[in-house]
Design a protein around this ligand. Structure first.
Ligand code: EPZ
Length: 414
């Protein structure tokens, strides 16, 4: 559980960690080569530990030295452990690499989660286009065959499916063209990593083209975590404080910065820093989540929390996941005024939120409740700490460093 005594404006500087959603596919890329892959700026997060446990279970050796990870050795096992894949969906990305390296792969289907069903049909149909023979039996995907080049059109620019196809394409000596790909910075970071491992990667207007073969070891620094960055920007804004983020890529946060400025919050961008100078009150907004460079769904819960204290009405359309509303009920319990109409979250701003005990249901819902607690009167106790720790490195230290009155309390129900 994280306990917060709210009402204090945050101020100061916070160091942003490497991106969880760039580190997770990068770790899976190690399956493509026996030589050492050195990854820098890897955040210490539960999800990262899970992904490292996965590649170890598949035959790799992992060494960690601070935020530098070295992964070496031959992937020898074609079956991914069920308890790992069911715990963390991004482990499903090992399907393509294992098939490419071993000629077969057996990976359990990742379950859905509270934010949606999260099917992987685009991963499977994409690999089939490239020659994979796929059968699903009792919740396990069995893939066999030799992969070849080709053109894959994605009906939706899925981040995971694009990463799955890039990882597979990096092993195929003929061109793989992914049409209508995801363009999230984390996907681009994977493309840069695969290129530094020897693949040829081209990002074109409507597609990403990759040609593989002859892969080798490399060193790669993971990009900053734009979702962690956006969360701390909103923490500064919702508390009416002044927060500066260090070591970030402002260009990855254009959509959030535009929305904050639209609400009347001053945001200043430097070379690799962003600071927010919030005001006592801010205006509502109308926002729609979308694939990058649209407004990121991973900041929707945090923005919703911020808008509960805006002057006037806001509408936030969640267009990426069908049920990313777990934070709404808990915000209502803190005194927010929100109604749901289909995919629309309709928020009427209130004067203040009141601290109480709330439960996080996923990583970003947890972040939203922390933000609400920072602004609320009284004490907020956010249960479901395990969700928060999946996506936010040193969260207590970083919040306290910004002047928050917050601390972690390990309880049975965390
Ligand atoms: C990645 O998930 C991120 N996770 C998510 O972050 C993020 O919310 C999401 O991209 C969208 O940006 C990681 O990178 C580890 P998608 P992913 O495939 O790859 C549908 C966080 O909080 N879809 O782009 O699963 C799907 O149902 C997490 O850090 C299919 O229909 O996202 C969803 O509606 C949460 N078929 C939409 O596409 C498929 O085969 C977006 O999913 C795949 C996806």
């Amino acid at each position: 559980m994280i306990i917060i005594r709210g009402g204090r404006p945050l101020s100061g500087r916070v160091e942003i960690s490497g991106a969880k959603n760039a580190a997770l596919p990068a770790i899976v890329a190690s399956l493509l080569i026996p030589e050492p892959l050195v990854l820098k700026r890897v955040p210490r997060l539960l999800d990262v530990e899970t992904q490292l446990a996965l590649v170890e279970a598949l035959g790799k050796q992992v060494e960690r030295w601070g935020d530098v990870i070295t992964i070496r050795g031959e992937a020898k096992i074609a079956t991914a452990p069920r308890e790992i894949v069911s715990r963390m969906r991004a482990s499903f990305l090992c399907l393509g690499p294992l098939l490419a390296r071993l000629g077969e792969a057996h990976v359990p289907l990742p379950g859905g989660c509270v934010i949606g069903a999260r099917p992987v049909d685009l991963h499977l149909s994409g690999l089939e286009r490239l020659g994979a023979k796929i059968q699903v039996d009792e919740g396990v995907v069995h893939a066999r065959g030799k992969l070849h080049g080709g053109e894959v059109w994605l009906r939706y620019p899925s981040v995971g499916a694009t990463e799955q196809l890039l990882l597979a394409g990096a092993t195929i000596p003929t061109r793989v063209e992914i049409v209508n790909p995801a363009r999230e910075p984390e996907v681009m970071d994977l493309g840069r990593l695969l290129a530094s491992m020897g693949a040829e990667v081209e990002v074109l207007e409507d597609r990403i083209v990759i040609r593989g073969g002859g892969l080798h070891g490399t060193e790669h620094e993971v990009i900053p975590d734009r979702i962690e960055a956006g969360t701390y920007l909103l923490a500064g804004a919702i508390t009416g404080g002044e927060v500066e983020l260090m070591d970030v890529c402002p260009e990855h946060l254009t959509a959030l910065i535009a929305e904050l400025e639209g609400c009347g919050v001053a945001v200043r961008c430097g070379e690799n820093a962003i600071s927010v100078l919030a005001r006592e009150n801010w205006l509502g907004a109308e926002v729609e989540t979308a694939p990058y460079p649209g407004f990121p769904t991973d900041l929707q819960p945090q923005l919703t929390a911020f808008l509960t204290l805006a002057r006037g009405r806001s509408i936030i359309w969640e267009r990426v996941f069908e049920s990313r509303f777990g934070h709404v009920g808990e915000l209502l319990r803190m005194g927010a005024r929100i109604t749901l109409q289909g995919q629309a979250i309709i928020v009427e701003g209130v004067e203040e939120l009141r601290g109480t005990e709330v439960v996080a249901t996923d990583i970003r819902a947890g972040a939203a409740l922390v933000l609400a607690g920072l602004a609320a009167r009284g004490e907020t106790r956010v249960k479901g700490l395990e969700h928060l720790l999946r996506g936010y490195e040193n969260v207590e230290e970083k919040l306290v460093g910004l002047g928050a009155n917050a601390w972690l309390e390990e309880t049975s129900a965390t």
